[in-house]
Write a protein that binds this ligand. Structure first.
Ligand code: NAP
Ligand code: HSE
Length: 431
């Protein structure tokens, strides 16, 4: 049988999973590729470290140059995280005539234009299914299968680590920090888990999806975002009491023919499909004008789900499918954006506010006045009896539909009230 020599750079959580699929299930990949994907080299930094896979003698190396110099290696899975040296290695691999598969969304969201332009100029391709939503084939679906549609909206749980943490907080009332450590141990989190929980990782993935699905040219840093790193267990409990679950939602929606993008902790009503997504799972609800509503659901992080996406890309690259897709999609090309960015302040929705207020007369009137000044109508108010006389009390308010701008202005006014003791918590609500 014909064989294509391949290499892996980075043999951590994902790389070791890819090696296992190539070595232990070679017959399966050969059947789909019509050729053997022969693992020639696997590059690491530290040769002494124990690996989560067994490699044949001579495969493990700490020299990327060995891969670059080997003209027979055609496809390389680049599975190092972060920006550098990942960027330089990516460019070197392309320059040396290799096609590259990657799971590194941070790299694509930051240096996509440079990498994709270089690949195009060199007649090479880059495949990146594993960069968004782990094992869910969302890149292929948005980039190819839905190409007859104008996408109208996309709501995604795109960070497995955050969802894992939120699920534990909801189900077990676990403290935030102890769950972060568990997510790291299970291989879901980034090398720097701050990127998972502060909304960065989800914004980087959203930038890739918005580019692919809507033709938006938005840098991930320009996407308004907040994460779950400042979330209080009290908000999780209030959400539960009112019949909601908090999810870190990445949102792209067309608003008057412009695209509104944001990443925000959001109260999603129980029973809605996105509210029921637990653990490190991801889900993406997409609405297209022809197809209607679709839901993609599956493991969004972890070794074998991510390796599944990487190896599928390696097969597609080896047989030439990725090259055709890459050429036709013209990703990050100089083509103008098909859609302009909407003003975030004009995006409409309902909001949750939690205020810590003095337990004294007239406070509720001042709070409702601040909201009323922004034309915000209150849908419900929740306040429990105080623990002790004279102490501060939490006041939870759900609004009717308004705009993000009005909600932010109201929040700023509320913060200035003498009877409001801390910065108000404000989150989106999806019913
Ligand atoms: P990881 O466990 O930290 O593994 C990274 C690997 O890269 C390690 O084996 C490390 O070698 C190697 N490496 C780093 N710098 C290197 C260098 N200069 N030369 C050679 N090797 C180098 O990371 P991971 O979780 O597998 O993630 C890899 C990529 O996949 C990241 O971009 C991540 O965002 C993405 N991703 C991860 C997941 C997931 O669930 N983990 C899911 C989707 C996408 P040593 O072991 O010798 O240090
Ligand atoms: N750290 C990422 C997450 C890995 O938790 O979703 C998958 O991209």
């Amino acid at each position: 049988m014909h064989q294509t020599k391949v290499a892996i750079i980075g043999l951590g959580t994902v790389g070791a999973g890819v090696a296992r699929l190539l070595l232990d299930y070679g017959d399966r990949t050969a059947r789909h590729a019509g050729r053997t994907l022969w693992l020639e080299k696997a590059v690491v930094r530290d040769l002494q470290r124990s690996r989560d896979c067994e490699l044949p003698p001579g495969v493990l190396t700490d020299s990327i140059q060995e891969v670059i110099d080997d003209r027979e290696i055609q496809v390389v899975a680049q599975l190092i995280g972060g920006l550098e040296p990942a960027r330089s290695i990516m460019l070197q691999l392309l320059e040396s005539g290799k096609d590259v598969v990657t799971a590194n969304k941070a790299l694509l969201a930051e240096h996509g234009p440079e990498i994709f332009d270089r690949a195009r100029a060199l007649g090479r391709c880059v495949a990146f299914e594993a960069s968004v939503a782990g094992g869910i084939p969302i890149i292929a679906n948005i980039g190819q299968c839905l190409s007859a549609n104008q996408l109208l909206s996309l709501h995604g749980i795109l960070n497995g680590t955050s969802n894992f943490i939120l699920s534990k907080m909801h189900a077990e009332g676990s403290a935030y920090q102890e769950v972060v450590t568990e997510a790291q141990r299970l291989g879901y989190a980034e090398a720097d888990p701050a990127m998972d929980v502060d909304g960065t990782d989800a914004a980087q993935k959203l930038a890739i999806l918005a580019h692919l699905g809507f033709g938006a040219r938005v840098h991930w840093q320009d996407i308004p975002r907040s994460g779950i790193d400042t979330l209080d267990l009290a908000d999780v409990r209030y959400a539960q009491e009112m019949g909601y679950r908090i999810k870190l939602l990445a949102v792209a929606e067309l608003v008057e023919e412009k695209i509104a993008l944001h990443v925000s902790p959001t109260l999603v009503r129980e029973g809605r499909s996105l509210a029921e997504v637990g653990g490190p799972y991801n889900a993406i609800r997409v609405v297209g004008d022809a197809v209607g509503q679709l839901l993609f659901y599956g493991p969004g992080a972890g070794q074998m789900p991510t390796a599944s996406a990487v190896v599928a890309d390696m097969i597609d690259t080896a047989v030439g499918r990725s090259a055709i897709t890459f050429r036709t999609l013209e990703l990050w090309s100089n083509r103008e954006a098909r859609v302009a960015a909407a003003d975030y302040a004009s995006v409409r929705g309902r909001f949750y506010f939690r205020l810590t207020v003095d337990d004294c007369p007239g406070v509720l009137a001042k709070v409702s006045q601040a909201l009323g000044e922004q034309n915000i109508s209150i849908a419900s108010v929740l306040q429990h009896e105080p623990d002790a006389a004279g102490s501060a009390v939490p006041l939870v308010i759900m609004t009717h539909e308004t705009t993000a701008g009005a909600a932010d202005r109201a929040s700023a006014t509320l913060h200035k009230l003498a009877s409001v003791q801390a910065e108000p918590v404000r989150m989106w609500v999806r019913d």
